[in-house]
Design a protein around this ligand. Structure first.
Ligand code: 5AD
Ligand code: SF4
Length: 474
C-alpha cells in the first residue's frame, strides 16, 4: 500500500483531518459529521465514499469535531500500533461525549471489522461499528443509534464495490485523486490481516472507473491513482462487448482519456504483475513509470512462510524484467523485519536483495503479530523486540543510502513535473512529482506556471528525499 512519505518507517498513524466537502456548502445540511482516516490510501478513498453517502442523507462535513453530531474514525488494523493510535484517539472523544451527550461516535474500517461487537464492549463510548462493505447502511445505523440502540453492521460482501457512488473529494488539492478499482484480497499472506477485514477480492465495473476518471479530468484533476490491494488481479467482464478487461487493458483505457491525465496505480503483487502491464506502461507516456512492488523479505524460506508464492530469485528476475522493458522505471517496496524464525543470515539476504533492487524508496516495518492470521496460528513470534528493531534500523539506513544514490544519479536529468503546490519551505518555489514519483522542488521565477501545469525541469541537486531543479520551459 503506497504512501507519499519517502523513506520513513511507514506511518500508519497518518491522520486524515476532517474536511470540508468538495463543492457543497456545509450550511445547507441540518447535521454535521467529522471524519478522521488512518492507514492505507484505500481507507482515505473509502472515507470519500462515506462522505458522499452522508451528504445524501443530510450530513455536511466539519473540520472541527466539537461541532459535529457524528464523529467517525476510519481505522486500520495492519499493525498493533495502528490500533493503539485509534484507541488513544477514542479516549480523547470521551470528553466530547461528556460535554455534548447527543454526539454519536462511529468506528469504520478494518478495526471495526476485526473486533465487531467486541468494540462496543471494550470501548463503551462507541455507538456505531461499520465494516468496509457496509457503508451504504450507515444512514439506517445512525437512526438506530439515535434511538439509543447500539448499531453494528460488519457483513462482508462478495459484490460490493460502491461503483455507483461518486466520492466527495475530501481534503483534496484538486490535482491528484485516488480511484478505487477493486476491493478485498484473496492472497492470504500469512502475516496480513487484510483478507479477514476486507474480505474476498472483487473488481469494480470498468465503465464506472473510466467515467469517474473522466469526470475528475473535466474538473481539473491531472493525476489519478488506481487503487486496490492487488491491482494486477483486476478482472472484469464487459458483457456489452463480450470482452474481458484485465488490469493492463484498464490502464490503457484510463490512459486514453487524455494525454494530460497522469495514471498511477498501487499496489502490485510481484506474482501478478504481467508483461502486458509493463508494455502498457511503456507505450503510454502518461502512465507513470513507477511501480510499488513489495518484496517483504529477501529470503526464500521466509517468503515461503509468509505465503508470498515467489522466491528470492523469481523476484530478482521480475526486477530485471521491469528494468529491461523500462530502464527509467522507479521501483519501491515494503519490507518486514524480524518475521517469525528469521535468522541473521536471512536478514542479510533482505539487505542484499535491497541492494540488488536499488529501491528508490521503501516502507519498512517490524513484524507485528495480528490475531487470527495464518502466521499467528502457525508460527511463534520469536524474534526479540530489540533484534527486530535493530534489523529494521539496518534496513532503514540502507534504504536511506539507496535513495540518496538514486537521487544523485538523477542530477543532470530533464524531467516533466506535474505541479501540485507551493513547496513546503517557500511560496517562491513549486513542488510536484516526476513520472517516477520523486518529489521535485524548483523556483517559480517569472514563468507563468500554475498548480496542475506540467513543467520541464532540469535536476541540479538533491537532498535525501527531494530533487531540486530549475524549470527550463513553460
Ligand atoms: N506486521 C508488519 N508489517 C505488516 N504489513 C502487513 N502486515 C504486517 C504485519 N503483521 C506490511 C506489509 C504490507 C504493508 C501494507 O504492511 O509490508 O505490504
Ligand atoms: Fe495483505 Fe498480502 Fe493481500 Fe497485500 S497481498 S493485502 S500483504 S494479504
Amino acid at each position: 500500500m503506497l504512501d507519499f512519505v519517502a523513506n520513513k518507517v511507514h506511518d500508519e498513524n497518518r491522520q486524515g483531518e476532517a474536511f470540508a466537502p468538495f463543492k457543497d456548502d456545509v450550511n445547507e445540511y441540518s447535521k454535521k459529521f467529522y471524519i478522521e482516516s488512518y492507514g492505507c490510501q484505500m481507507n482515505f478513498a473509502d472515507s470519500e465514499i462515506v462522505a458522499s453517502i452522508l451528504n445524501e442523507n443530510g450530513f455536511g462535513a466539519t473540520r472541527n469535531y466539537e461541532d459535529a453530531n457524528l464523529v467517525l474514525l476510519n481505522t486500520c488494523s495492519i499493525r498493533e500500533k495502528a490500533e493503539q493510535t485509534v484507541r488513544n484517539r477514542l479516549h480523547i472523544f470521551r470528553q466530547l461525549k461528556r460535554n455534548k451527550p447527543g454526539t454519536l461516535i462511529g468506528v469504520l474500517g478494518c478495526m471495526a471489522e476485526r473486533l465487531k461487537e467486541k468494540f462496543l464492549e471494550q470501548e463503551k463510548l462507541v455507538d456505531i461499528v461499520v465494516g468496509p462493505d457496509a457503508y451504504r447502511t450507515l444512514p439506517g445505523l445512525i437512526e438506530e443509534a439515535e434511538s439509543g440502540q447500539k448499531a453494528v453492521n460488519v457483513l462482508l460482501s462478495r459484490e460490493e464495490t460502491y461503483a455507483d457512488i461518486s466520492p466527495v473529494r475530501l481534503n483534496s488539492n484538486g490535482i491528484n485523486a485516488f480511484v478505487s478499482i477493486m476491493r478485498g484480497c484473496n492472497n492470504m499472506c500469512s502475516f496480513c490481516v487484510v483478507p479477514f477485514t476486507r474480505g474476498r477480492e472483487r473488481s469494480r465495473d470498468a465503465y464506472s472507473i473510466i467515467n469517474e476518471c473522466k469526470d475528475l479530468f473535466e474538473n481539473g484533476y491531472r493525476e489519478v491513482t488506481l487503487l486496490g490491494q492487488n491491482v494486477d488481479s483486476y478482472y472484469w467482464i464487459d458483457e456489452q462487448k463480450d470482452e474481458t478487461v484485465t488490469f493492463a487493458k484498464l490502464l490503457e483505457k484510463v490512459a486514453l482519456i487524455d494525454p494530460l491525465l497522469r495514471v498511477r496505480f498501487s499496489t502490485s503483487h510481484p506474482k501478478d504483475i504481467t508483461d502486458d502491464v509493463l508494455f502498457a506502461m511503456k507505450k503510454h507516456e502518461n502512465i507513470c513509470k513507477y511501480i510499488h512492488l513489495p518484496v517483504q523479505s529477501g529470503s526464500t524460506r521466509i517468503l515461503q512462510l509468509m505465503n508470498r508464492t515467489y522466491t528470492r530469485e523469481w523476484y530478482m528476475a521480475k526486477i530485471a524484467r521491469i528494468r529491461e522493458i523500462m530502464p527509467d522505471c522507479g521501483i519501491s517496496s515494503d519490507i518486514i523485519a524480524g518475521f517469525c524464525s528469521e535468522t541473521e543470515e536471512e536478514h542479510q539476504e533482505t539487505l542484499s536483495l535491497m541492494e540488488y533492487s536499488k529501491y528508490d524508496m521503501s516502507y519498512m516495518f517490524f513484524y507485528s503479530e495480528r490475531p487470527g492470521t495464518l502466521a499467528a496460528r502457525r508460527y511463534k513470534d520469536d524474534i526479540p523486540e530489540e533484534v527486530k528493531k535493530r534489523r529494521l534500523d539496518e534496513i532503514v539506513k540502507l534504504q536511506n543510502r539507496l535513495s540518496q544514490e538514486s537521487n544523485k544519479k538523477d542530477i543532470g536529468l530533464i524531467c516533466t513535473v506535474l505541479i501540485e503546490a507551493d513547496s513546503k519551505k517557500s511560496a517562491e518555489e513549486w513542488m510536484g512529482r516526476n513520472s517516477q514519483n520523486k518529489v521535485v522542488v524548483f523556483p517559480k521565477k517569472d514563468l507563468r506556471l500554475s498548480k496542475g501545469d506540467y513543467a520541464v525541469v532540469e535536476i541540479t541537486d538533491c537532498t535525501g528525499a527531494t530533487l531540486l531543479g530549475k524549470a527550463i520551459t513553460n
